[in-house]
Design a protein around this ligand. Structure first.
Ligand SMILES: [Zn+2]
Length: 290
């Protein structure tokens, strides 16, 4: 825990003192905040047209659910590197893993060769390490989301960063050292609740905070078909973006196959997001293993 604060710069410690009353913004950063350049683009998209809305493929008898959604792979070292073109989405699933539901999400994604980012809780990763490895084995990106889903703005800075670090370490530990994959540097704030001090502290920990452009609001008590329609509507309005889902909800699992089929039908592609290097939070974990 003391390690965390060695990582904070003098500047951010000064900011801690000044910004104690800062209020969190109401939502995460929007897409416009990301349009500052791309670090690395590895693969070209599959070349499907954007926003195709006519059901021409269905009429031609092609099985929508077998259509690949695989798009570019973006490898970024900072939030500013995430720039999505029209028709590109990043799928994110928070709060898991959860038995059965996360597996069903993997099945649905696998049918479309779509790679997502899973923001796992340390507590859930520790309870279900096999599931964490299954997600990684399918080629998805794993980020962290604190240990216990605390609202960090209500904690002291020390407590908040201890939550962040414990979450990252528990997910890394679940992945193990057997080549299943590393935890990425992506991090998402629970409830999207943060302030400038927390953002600086997370950045100082070498984590990449990933916001949300399209919140599916799948945590509300709606039916799967209502969730499908409202999420598609929100996506159509923006035309691209980082989409927030939760792989712990039955309604999300239920709507996902239809949602992915609709993405394919409308010509969207799913960007696979990867981070460069490891977090500085990885260092004490490696040391502990020696
Ligand atoms: Zn969450």
């Amino acid at each position: 825990m003391g390690i965390v604060f060695k990582l904070l710069s003098i500047a951010s410690l000064a900011a801690l003192a000044l910004a104690g009353c800062a209020r969190p913004p109401e939502a995460g950063p929007t897409l416009s905040a990301y349009n500052a350049g791309i670090d690395t683009v590895i693969t070209a998209s599959t070349g499907s047209g954007h926003l195709r809305s006519t059901p021409e493929y269905r009429m031609a008898g092609i099985d929508q659910r077998a259509t690949s959604l695989a798009g570019r792979t973006l490898i970024v070292g900072e939030r500013a590197g995430i720039a999505l073109a029209p028709g590109e989405v990043v799928l994110t699933f928070d709060d898991g893993p959860r038995p059965e539901r996360t597996e069903a999400v993997l099945d649905a994604l696998g049918r479309h060769e779509a790679k997502a980012v899973f923001f796992m809780l340390g507590r859930a990763a520790r309870a279900h390490p096999g599931l964490v490895r299954a997600v990684a084995a399918d080629g998805h990106t794993i980020g962290s989301h604190t240990y216990d889903h605390a609202r960090l703005t209500e904690l002291s800075p020390a407590e908040a960063m201890a939550e962040v670090q414990a979450g990252h370490e528990a997910v890394a530990e679940a992945l193990g050292a057997d080549g299943a994959g590393d935890v990425s540097r992506f991090f998402r704030f629970p409830y999207l609740a943060y302030d400038g001090v927390l953002r600086t502290a997370v950045a100082d920990g070498h984590l990449i905070e990933l916001g949300v452009d399209i919140d599916s609001k799948d945590y509300y008590s709606v039916t799967a078909s209502e969730l499908l329609q409202s999420t598609l509507d929100a996506l159509e309005r923006k035309g691209r973006g980082v989409i927030l889902f939760h792989d712990i909800h039955a309604r999300t699992v239920a709507m996902l196959p239809d949602f992915l089929a609709a993405l394919a039908e409308r010509g969207y592609s799913v960007v696979s997001l990867k981070s460069t290097d490891g977090s500085v939070f990885d260092t004490p974990l490696v040391t502990a293993g020696l």
